[in-house]
Ligand binder design. Structure first.
Ligand code: ZN
Length: 175
């Protein structure tokens, strides 16, 4: 396993539409998921899409366990949302690709998802609560959409400027 670099806005790769994984869940894909999970834990975050480490494939990892709880690792290959309800719920979201920015996004409160798991088995389940928020946030990444794209243009511009400024400070050589 290896920790990979997480790309941040305004990196144009985050706008890319990710491609489906062809040929099932191979060792190579499992290696990618292992690296993604380690990168996510290191950040730390609760979900990560492959494009966030610059790999344009439809792969997501997630762990929604609270601090002190045993890990609850989930892997999603080629996930699809097949059912959403009209009722929406607000949640204050954040994103490892838009560090230190949090804002409320309204999304369907529940959805059905189907995907291949770590072992390549087809799974179908209902997501609600934080799971529904997180899977829809990560699925957005696969379409090149960020949570700040759901906000007003002004808020979005502010968020990108904030990240750019933080990155400039980070890359400035220390005295
Ligand atoms: Zn994100």
């Amino acid at each position: 396993m290896a920790i990979r670099e997480i790309i941040t806005v305004p990196d144009p790769r985050l706008k890319q539409v990710s491609k489906p994984v062809e040929g099932g869940v191979t060792d190579e894909i499992r290696q990618l998921m292992d690296d993604m999970l380690e990168t996510m834990y290191d950040a730390p975050g609760i979900g990560l899409a492959a494009i966030q480490i610059g790999v344009p494939l439809r792969v997501i990892v997630m762990d929604l366990a609270r601090e002190g709880e045993p890990p609850e690792v989930r892997y999603f290959v080629n996930p699809e949302i097949f059912d959403t309800i009209e009722e929406t719920a607000p949640y204050e979201e954040g994103c490892l690709s838009v560090p230190d920015v949090y804002d409320e996004v309204e999304r369907p409160a529940r959805c059905g998802i189907r995907y291949l798991d770590y072992n390549g088995n087809a799974v179908e389940e209902q997501a609600e609560g934080l799971f529904a928020v997180c899977i829809q946030h990560e699925m957005d990444h696969l379409e090149g959409t960020l949570f700040i794209d759901h906000l007003s243009r002004l808020k979005r511009q502010r968020a990108v400027e904030k990240v750019k400024k933080a990155n400039r400070l980070k890359t400035r050589p220390a005295a």
